[in-house]
Ligand binder design. Structure first.
Ligand SMILES: NC(=O)c1ccc[n+]([C@@H]2O[C@H](COP(=O)([O-])OP(=O)(O)OC[C@H]3O[C@@H](n4cnc5c(N)ncnc54)[C@H](OP(=O)(O)O)[C@@H]3O)[C@@H](O)[C@H]2O)c1
Length: 225
C-alpha cells in the first residue's frame, strides 16, 4: 500500500517509516528538513511544511494518493524536561492547526477511496484522561505538556468530525528499547494499570499495522506493552 507520513523525521515517525519500508510499502513523507532520511526507491520525499496546504496537496498526490496517512508530529520543547518551554518554532496548536490544513488538502485531492488517518495520539486524551494516575495527571496539568494534551484533544475532535476514516493511537509514556507485544485497551484505558509504558519501537510498528488493517478503524485505543 501507499502511505503518507507527516512527522517522519521524528523519533516515532522514523521508526514507523522504517517499518513501512521493511514491509514493502511505498511511502511519501513531507518534511522541512530531509537530510536525516534514508535513500530508498520506495520513498518519496517532499520538502515543505505541514502548515502549507499547497505542500500537503503536493505530498498527497506524489507519486499517487495514499491509502493511509500517518501523523507523528510533535510540539517540541527546548528539552525533554516536561517543564521546559516550547521551542520557538513549535506553536501550542501545532497538531490541530496542521490537521485542519491536512483535512482541507484531502478535500481538494481526488481520491478513489477516502484515505485513513492514523494519528500518534496520547494516553490522557479526552475520555482516557480519567484513567491516568493522579500523579501523572498532576504533572501533565502543571507542566508544558498541558499544551500537548490540549492539542491532542482538539485534534481528536477535528479528525472524528471530519468524516475521514481514522485510528487514534493513544500511547502511554514512551521508552527506548526493543519492540514487544502490544496490548490494546478501550479508548478510556480502563484496566490498563496506572504506570504503563510502551517502547517507541512497538508503537512505530503498531502504527503501520493500524494503517494496513481495518481492525481498529473508527477507534481510539489506549496502547501499552
Ligand atoms: N514522549 C512520550 O512519552 C509520548 C507519549 C505518548 C504520545 N506521544 C506523542 O507522540 C507523538 C510523536 O512524538 P515524537 O517524540 O516522535 O516526536 P519528535 O521526535 O519530537 O518529532 C517531532 C516531529 O514533528 C515535526 N515538527 C515539530 N515541529 C514542527 C513544526 N513547527 N512544523 C513542522 N514539523 C514540525 C518534526 O519535524 P522536524 O524534524 O522538521 O523538526 C518531527 O518530524 C507526539 O504527538 C507526542 O505527543 C509522546
Amino acid at each position: 500500500m501507499h502511505i503518507f507520513i507527516s512527522g517522519a523525521t521524528g523519533r516515532n515517525g522514523r521508526i514507523a517509516l522504517d517499518n513501512a519500508l521493511s514491509r514493502n510499502h511505498t511511502v511519501t513523507v513531507l518534511t522541512r528538513n530531509p537530510s536525516s532520511l534514508p535513500s530508498n526507491p520506495n520513498l518519496t520525499i517532499i520538502q515543505g511544511s505541514p502548515s502549507s496546504q499547497q505542500d500537503v496537496q503536493t505530498a498527497l498526490s506524489t507519486p499517487s494518493p495514499p491509502s493511509s496517512i500517518l501523523i507523528t508530529l510533535n510540539q517540541r520543547r527546548t528539552s525533554d524536561n516536561p517543564f521546559a518551554p516550547l521551542s520557538p518554532d513549535s506553536p501550542p496548536d501545532l497538531l490541530a492547526s496542521t490537521t485542519r490544513v491536512l483535512l482541507a488538502a484531502i478535500a481538494a485531492t481526488p481520491f478513489a477511496h477516502p484515505p485513513k488517518i492514523v494519528l500518534n495520539s496520547i494516553f490522557g486524551a479526552r475520555e482516557s484522561w480519567k484513567n491516568l494516575s493522579w500523579a501523572f495527571r498532576a504533572v501533565l496539568d502543571h507542566s508544558t505538556m498541558k499544551y500537548a494534551v490540549k492539542d491532542h484533544n482538539n485534534t481528536d475532535v477535528l479528525i472524528r468530525e471530519s468524516g475521514v476514516p481514522f485510528v487514534l493511537a493513544r500511547a502511554p509514556r514512551l521508552t527506548d528499547g526493543p519492540a514487544a507485544k502490544v496490548k490494546v485497551w478501550p479508548e478510556n484505558g480502563q484496566g490498563c494499570g496506572w504506570n504503563v509504558t510502551m517502547s517507541r519501537e512497538s508503537l512505530g510498528a503498531w502504527l503501520i499495522t493500524a494503517a494496513e488493517s481495518n481492525e481498529w478503524d473508527g477507534k481510539s485505543p489506549v496502547l501499552t506493552n
